[in-house]
Design a protein around this ligand. Structure first.
Ligand code: PEP
Length: 253
């Protein structure tokens, strides 16, 4: 039976108080839901340890929103994947459009991060997607380019044990989620594309959708056969809303 991967990306939000309130409301139910689905919380780096302490006994996993391309050394202000691993992080978001846009992250940087995360046996969540609401063929072309640049450097097994988050940029934080049928079509395309390179890797590649997901639209997405999970931004900041999303996914698991 399919397990959905539900990732809460808190972005630059949260405080010690918010986290303790949030996790106490999540705790009561999450221990039941996390048996069916995989739940990940990705708080800002500074709060990773606080979240880890609280989620450890309720089977929720810890995610990081970013990582440096270096493992250690004179790189002031950065966080290494070794450190993330050391404090209990399991998933790391890489190539999020906000990092590409506001921090000038290029494909070369993203490939390095993706590779480091994999080498240390953490799970990268690679964000890909088009900038504008395009037709299918343009979107497919953009996705192909984004996947190819990883394949070219890391080889055909690049996507084994990884997560791909299809996040149309125009749908992120805008309240304009993509059409679930469009997402299904693109996810199938991604799956087939990876499968052509390596039939084995696709079995361990999770393809999730992100872009203005909330408790009202979750159901339509979760019912699509090629949507394996959701990456949730603003709606995940409200524990009740996140729980509702988990509850809906739980119903379809
Ligand atoms: C995201 O940041 O990855 C995201 C999907 O955000 P939102 O849910 O707010 O659109």
């Amino acid at each position: 039976m399919k397990k959905f991967l539900l990732v809460a990306n808190w972005k630059l939000n949260g405080s010690k108080k918010m986290i303790s309130d949030y996790l106490s409301s999540l705790k009561s139910l999450a221990s039941v839901y996390s048996k069916k689905n995989i739940i990940v919380i990705a708080p800002p780096t500074i709060y990773l340890s606080q979240v880890y302490k609280d989620i450890n006994n309720i089977d929720i996993f810890l995610g990081a929103q970013n990582v440096d391309i270096n493992l250690k050394g004179a790189f002031t202000g950065e966080t290494s994947v070794l450190m993330l691993k050391d404090i209990g992080v399991k998933y790391v978001i890489v190539g999020h459009s906000e990092r590409r846009l506001f921090h000038n992250e290029t494909n070369n940087i993203i490939i390095k991060k993706f590779n480091l995360i994999k080498n240390l046996n953490l799970i990268p969540i690679l964000c890909i997607g088009e900038i504008q609401n395009n037709n299918y063929s343009q979107t497919k072309k953009i996705i192909e380019e984004q996947l190819n640049c990883i394949f070219k450097v890391l080889g055909k097994e690049a996507f084994r044990n990884t997560v791909i988050a299809y996040e149309p940029i125009w749908a992120i934080g805008t309240g304009l989620s993509a059409d679930p049928k469009h997402v299904q079509y693109i996810h199938k395309f991604i799956r087939n594309y990876i499968q052509e390179y390596d039939p084995i890797s696709i079995k361990s590649t999770i393809i999730q959708y992100g872009g203005s997901i909330n408790s009202v639209n979750t159901e339509e997405f979760i019912q699509q056969p090629d949507i394996d999970g959701l990456l949730i931004g603003s709606a995940s900041l409200d524990a009740k809303e996140f729980l509702k999303i988990i509850e809906i996914a739980n119903y379809y698991t």
